[in-house]
Design a protein around this ligand. Structure first.
Ligand code: XMP
Length: 524
């Protein structure tokens, strides 16, 4: 649990795939909230957390199954507003004296309902302010079970053809329960329900980035005192914002190490070091270890081997430079809230490793350092807002993600300096094209990969035998799934022509139209 001076809302997670979206909707309303799995929410926890309101998430279980998740009884006695969603609605009904019937999934005879539905108003309620003004509201249903009997004190305020109890409320206790998911995109006006809920719960919307900045700076000063902090600066948004914030809190007690593995994009090292060292006056060590990395990667073409080499060297190099900073006791990391949320696991088993991502995990214990993680409470877009608040340039904050192993994983097969140089030039032209056409912000990530194949071409009167490159551009929300970006043929043709004309070493350009899954975003 985090110490915060803000009004807090507690989301009890029953394991829905979309619980994080509830938190997103609330944060957009400047309301501070935390997600905690139902197993951890004990009576003692509730008393300490002291929420101003509580939301029960959806979940995959069935309340009619013996031993299925429940909310702690004390939550109903705290006198704070509660909103139950889907499984959360059914838990509320069951625990407060109503009855839930199993649907097809849990073996009962009731009606399951998945997908789009329309809810019709059955009474006025502050929670529904602004709803039903233009008739029934589109909502997203995803339930096997359904409420069969209301708990005492509850009344129906909305119905759908398959959910006669779509919206329920006990206004005397400020308990609300909906069968659908207002947090998802397919409930287009769902955000309004959250807005109404936090309003009636008395939240003032005090969770702003300006306020957070002040509070975070105080907390960093308290934690660090007069000790030194080191930070692995990658140039990515998270580490950059963390570094800028810590610098504002403790100034030159912070030293950043920028590990340059020689696998960066064109001018990247210059830009990152230049901005932090020259414009923001941070102490930045530019650890140029190109020789070391490229030397060890020589002759290697297996993707996992390459990743492992880079990960190991990165840690060695960081440690070597950090050891030179006398008296460092803290390591700064740009950990975000989605990394912190303990998920409710129903499947149990470990997931398959598709790629071994590299990060500086494990370093703090190895080096005997304590962690400073000032972004632990934030979602990605809040980190961007904080970055703007701290004066980082918009162009920097909006940059596409760039993987830790850098261009190594965009260079299938053996990595050579010559191929890296060609790749850097092609990538720079491609990104320039995207910017010129005003498409950069519509795309989650765009880059070139240089393929381990040379093909025959003709330029002027001569034969060429050069590399082929693939352009990749995807849209995504979180990098977990992705779709290829639908460039126009004109754009693709113009870009291919520019790359072939401007980048010696490439005579063929292809566009990768694989989505994720089944592909991944990077080529390795
Ligand atoms: P994939 O290729 O797995 O990539 O679909 C998903 C997202 O993760 C980024 N990525 C990495 N980021 N270290 C990182 O910091 C890594 O080792 C790494 N591998 C992939 C990738 O760029 C995309 O945004």
């Amino acid at each position: 649990m985090t110490d915060t001076a803000h009004d807090r809302l507690l989301i009890i997670d029953f394991g829905s795939q979309v619980t994080q979206l509830i938190a997103r909707r609330l944060r957009e309303l400047s309301v501070y909230c935390e997600i905690h799995p139902y197993q951890n929410v004990t009576d003692a926890f509730m008393a300490e957390f002291a929420p101003k309101a509580v939301i029960f998430s959806g979940g995959p279980d069935s309340v009619v199954r013996e031993g299925s998740p429940r909310a702690p009884e004390s939550v109903f006695a705290m006198g704070v507003p509660i909103l139950g969603i889907c499984y959360g609605q059914q838990v509320m009904m069951q625990q407060l004296g109503g009855r839930v019937e199993g649907g097809k999934i849990s073996g009962g005879g009731g009606t399951a309902e998945f997908g789009r539905a329309y809810v019709t108003s059955a009474g006025n309620l502050p929670l529904l302010d602004g709803w039903f003004e233009a008739g029934p509201e589109q909502v997203w249903m995803s339930h096997g079970d359904h409420v069969a009997e209301l708990a005492p004190g509850f009344e129906v305020y909305g119905t759908s053809p398959n959910a006669p109890y779509a919206i329920l409320a006990d206004t005397s206790r400020n308990f609300y329960a909906v069968q659908f998911h207002p947090e998802v995109h397919h409930t287009p006006r769902g955000a309004k329900l959250y807005e109404n809920f936090v309003k009636l719960a008395g939240f003032t919307g005090d969770w702003t980035m300006g306020a957070y900045r002040e509070q975070a700076i105080e907390a960093i000063r308290d934690q660090v005192g007069d000790k030194k902090v080191i930070c692995a600066l990658s140039g990515g948004v998270d580490s950059s914002v963390a570094a800028a914030l810590i610098h504002e809190a403790v100034g030159d007690q912070l030293t950043c190490v920028f590990v340059d593995h020689g696998l960066l994009r064109k001018d990247e090292a210059k830009e990152v070091v230049g901005m932090f060292r020259d414009h923001m006056n941070l102490q930045v060590i530019h650890a140029d270890e190109t020789e070391l990395f490229l030397g060890e990667l020589e002759g290697q073409s297996d993707p996992e081997t390459k990743r492992k080499i880079i990960g190991r060297l990165f840690i060695d190099v960081f440690q070597k430079y950090a050891d030179e900073i006398e008296g460092a006791e803290f390591l700064a990391q740009g950990t975000l809230y989605p990394d912190v949320i303990e998920s409710v696991s129903f499947s149990g088993g470990p997931s398959v490793t598709i790629k071994s991502h590299h990060n500086v995990g494990g370093l703090p214990e190895k080096m005997g350092l304590k962690l400073v993680e000032p972004l632990r409470e934030l979602f990605k877009d809040e980190v961007r807002a904080l970055g703007r608040e701290l004066g980082l340039p918009a162009s920097f904050i909006g940059r596409h993600p760039f993987p830790g192993p850098g261009l190594a994983i965009r260079c299938p097969g053996e990595i050579t300096r010559a191929k890296l140089d060609i790749l850097r030039e092609a990538d720079a032209v491609y990104i320039d094209q995207i910017r010129k056409h005003g498409l950069y912000d519509e795309i989650w990530q765009a880059f070139c990969a240089i393929l381990p194949v040379r093909t025959v071409g003709v330029m002027g009167d001569g034969r060429t035998y050069d590399y082929a490159c693939a352009l990749r551009a995807v849209t995504s929300v979180d990098g977990m799934t992705a779709d290829y970006y639908p460039f126009s043929h004109e754009f693709l043709g113009e870009t291919a022509t520019r790359i072939i004309n401007e980048v010696p070493g490439i005579n063929r350009v292809t566009y990768d139209i694989t989505s994720k899954p089944p592909g991944t975003i990077e080529w390795e």
